[in-house]
Design a protein around this ligand. Sequence first.
Ligand SMILES: [Zn+2]
Length: 227
Amino acid sequence: MMSPVTMMPSRTRDLEELPEIRRKEIESAPCAMGAAENEVDSNVAVRTLFCNLLQQIGEDPRRVGLLRTPHRAAKAWEHLTAGYKMNIETVLNGAVFEETYDEMVVVTDIDFYSMCEHHLLPFFGKAHIAYVPNGKIVGLSKLPRIVDVFAKRLQVQERMTREIADTINKYLDPLGVAVVCEAQHMCMMMRGVEKQNSFTMTSAMLGSFKEPNTRAEFMNLIANKRS
Ligand SMILES: [Zn+2]
């Protein structure tokens, strides 16, 4: 049987096992611990920030368990904020079609993960989207992609909801758009009021969804999904 140590990737081995020269390098600049082989490297400046953060909260970045944490955290943040580098035109490329269908199109329960811009803590939940086409429809898989463009950045739920609705409105020019987001906020659950079971609901209703009947039809669809 292999010992646990030999099963570990080389980058997480105990510092003592590293060659003297490599150990010195890490001890002098812990955030130098970047990508392992065959892995994409992380942003060195962000890595350094996380290294400083570890020190400032009273941790030791040279502790074996934390050796690659600045690298992993930098990679994680790159993913969590990938929306800044996404472009709606690229996302929608080739997926807007001329179509005479003019009934409500509804996609519910689109999972999203975002970061609260006030606390840099996650909020996450589901987005429900509906629109009534006016000659143009969009590939259904593009709606979750649009949600991602706005979720993967620093946000407040209210603005994110509105941005998703405005984007669909702009690129499809439909008769109406509705977006409802329901989310749990870690900044409410882990700190502050520490309320574990509260959901925050936000909505943006444009065009025909301002009419009570159309709005009610959509809201009933979401409510029926839940019961
Ligand atoms: Zn917050």
